[in-house]
Design a binder for this molecule. Sequence first.
Ligand SMILES: C[S@@+](CC[C@H](N)C(=O)[O-])C[C@H]1O[C@@H](n2cnc3c(N)ncnc32)[C@H](O)[C@@H]1O
Length: 372
Amino acid sequence: MKHHQMMCWSNKFICFSLFLLLLFKAVAASSSSQEFMPVDGHSHGGFHAENHGHHKDEDGEEDEVFGDEKRKKRCSSSSALSRRSSISWLVQATEMLYIIGLGLGDERDITLRGLDAVKKCEKVYIEAYTSLLSFGLSTDGLSTLEKLYGKPIILADRETVEEKIDNVLSEAHGSDVAFLVVGDPFGATTHTDLVVRAKTLGIDVKVVHNASVMNAIGICGLQLYRYGETVSIPFFTETWRPDSFYEKIERNRNLGLHTLCLLDIRVKEPTLESLCRGKKQYEPPRFMTINTAIDQLLEVEQNQGKSAYDEDTECVGFARLGSEGQMIVAGKMRQLQTVDFGEPLHCLVIVGKLHPVEEEMLEFYKINSEKP
Ligand SMILES: C[S@@+](CC[C@H](N)C(=O)[O-])C[C@H]1O[C@@H](n2cnc3c(N)ncnc32)[C@H](O)[C@@H]1O
């Protein structure tokens, strides 16, 4: 009996010990899982997607999630925690370069997807060299964008895009960076180069598309399928009058195709004298008008003499496409030469062979008075 009682007590003791052991493990597990919770209280799975931006930490200071020393120290306080965190830091180390199209009108033309991306990026650049938002890049224009996006925007001028773009790209190695482009990112050749450079450096790139001048010209009724090679018309100077666009227009017209002429933009161009002196000074910004483009086109035709077009060739002039004040006028070159298209940006289409439906639609934009 005594022996049986002893056995019973020892069994009870073993069970109790096991119970205590299990209880201890459960408490330890729950406390360590609490340690893994980020400061903003989200579960770890959602943390990576949610953790951009600033958070107030326990001592009330602004705590920048990426690159923050406090968080790193906090992470190193537990070995298990630091193992988990090191994985998350590794994931965060390769962040995203978002190249986001803004469309053609104003700040509200950004897509919802584009806006989401901007909101989660730590740095936002806007490219102000290959295009221009219709309301311009005045201080007001920029602050409207900043107000809508809720963060400061850094202007990337020609120098930044052409000479210092690697600085922007190196930032995208450790954080999400947005690069805003007026129109569509691929409406200008420059941005293909940006994607190539980023990918070469191992940076992930996401593109958010938007309307471009390349498709907005469809509004005049000329079918986008019936265009040939697009040409760029540069400002002529006293000594530099390039005419390589002529051959392309000639080729398009021989095939009966329309030609989109993009007109030169000169923003932050260093003056020749300042380049010689080695200290950069910049010319005031210039945007080619349709009138200047036609003057130059006719001058080249006169020099080449191959009748690719003449002053009676049908054209369509577009100004500020996609904005409230857009202007579209169809007519002969000599007619459009006299039209005041107003504020930039302008572009011109040299009309090819017309389909009856195109002809019908173009009638809505025809200039009223025939010049004698
Ligand atoms: C490099 S392209 C356009 C790039 C822009 N990323 C896009 O997708 O529309 C720039 C040229 O397109 C033309 N352009 C751009 N936006 C325009 C607009 N809203 N109205 C008329 N022409 C425009 C101008 O001739 C300008 O010099």
